[in-house]
Design a protein around this ligand. Structure first.
Ligand SMILES: C[S@@+](CC[C@H](N)C(=O)[O-])C[C@H]1O[C@@H](n2cnc3c(N)ncnc32)[C@H](O)[C@@H]1O
Length: 222
């Protein structure tokens, strides 16, 4: 399977999941989410992963003056909570169906801008200079290290010097992944994650959860 086929498969599979039950595939903790519960779970993610970490994320800036980037926004679960906290949010997702649902969920948030992308770069995002980038439960599903590395390079291109990209990869290396599988993606050891950051021009300052499904990385743009 070549890269173009893999990208098409990611788009098609995620479009199908979005049509079947977007909220469930975005956050599998529940099958039937009400809108209220779904967006509350995004607020919880932001409370746990962002509001507890404002020193690294804001670096003294007022969040309302910050422009933030999100990769793999799905139906806008976390995007909405980001838009409640920060000045502006720009987000991408490979699935047009997810983006449609995100647009609907964000219709009262004019400071949130969501775009369907090609599954590998951030060419659809205006190069405005970003103060923070975030991604959760996305790279665990990507079946290609080349695609993930390209995203890390793209985030580096768009972030301001010193700014943080906080994101997750799959840290559990015990499963063989299949390049056709858009649910179980590739995994990274601690050393591979550090090398990835350094190769892409980041200082991989902190890492948490090596060996686990939710392996968090704090990459600061050098
Ligand atoms: C499990 S959902 C998580 C969505 C969101 N981050 C959240 O926490 O609510 C994974 C999302 O990643 C998107 N995705 C998968 N592969 C992608 C890729 N190569 N580029 C961009 N988005 C991708 C899917 O379409 C899906 O919306």
């Amino acid at each position: 399977m070549d890269l173009e086929q893999q990208l098409a498969k990611m788009r098609e599979d995620w479009d199908a999941r979005a049509r079947e039950n977007a909220k469930h595939y975005v956050q599998t903790a529940q099958t039937d989410w009400t809108d209220e519960e779904f967006y509350a779970s995004g607020e919880q993610t932001v409370a746990e992963e962002i509001k507890t970490d404002m020193t690294n994320i804001c670096q003294g800036k007022d969040p309302k003056q910050m422009r933030v980037l999100e990769i793999g926004c799905g139906a806008g679960r976390v995007t909405r909570a980001l838009a409640n906290l920060f000045g502006e949010v720009y987000a991408v997702d490979v699935s047009g169906e997810m983006i449609e649902q995100a647009r609907h969920g964000l219709r009262h948030h004019p400071n949130a801008h969501v775009f369907q992308n090609n599954g590998k770069d951030l060419g659809v995002i205006p190069d405005l200079g970003f103060d923070f980038a975030f991604s959760t439960i996305v790279f665990q599903h990507i079946p290609s290290k080349a695609v993930i590395e390209n995203y890390v390079r793209e985030v580096h291109r768009l972030l301001r010097p010193g700014a943080l990209f906080k994101f997750q990869v799959q840290g559990y290396t015990g499963v063989d992944h299949n390049p056709d599988d858009t649910w179980v993606g590739v995994s990274y050891s601690d050393e591979e994650a550090r090398d990835l950051g350094e190769r892409c021009g980041f200082e991989p300052r902190y890492r948490h959860g090596a060996g686990e499904q939710y392996f968090w990385l704090w990459f600061f743009k050098v």
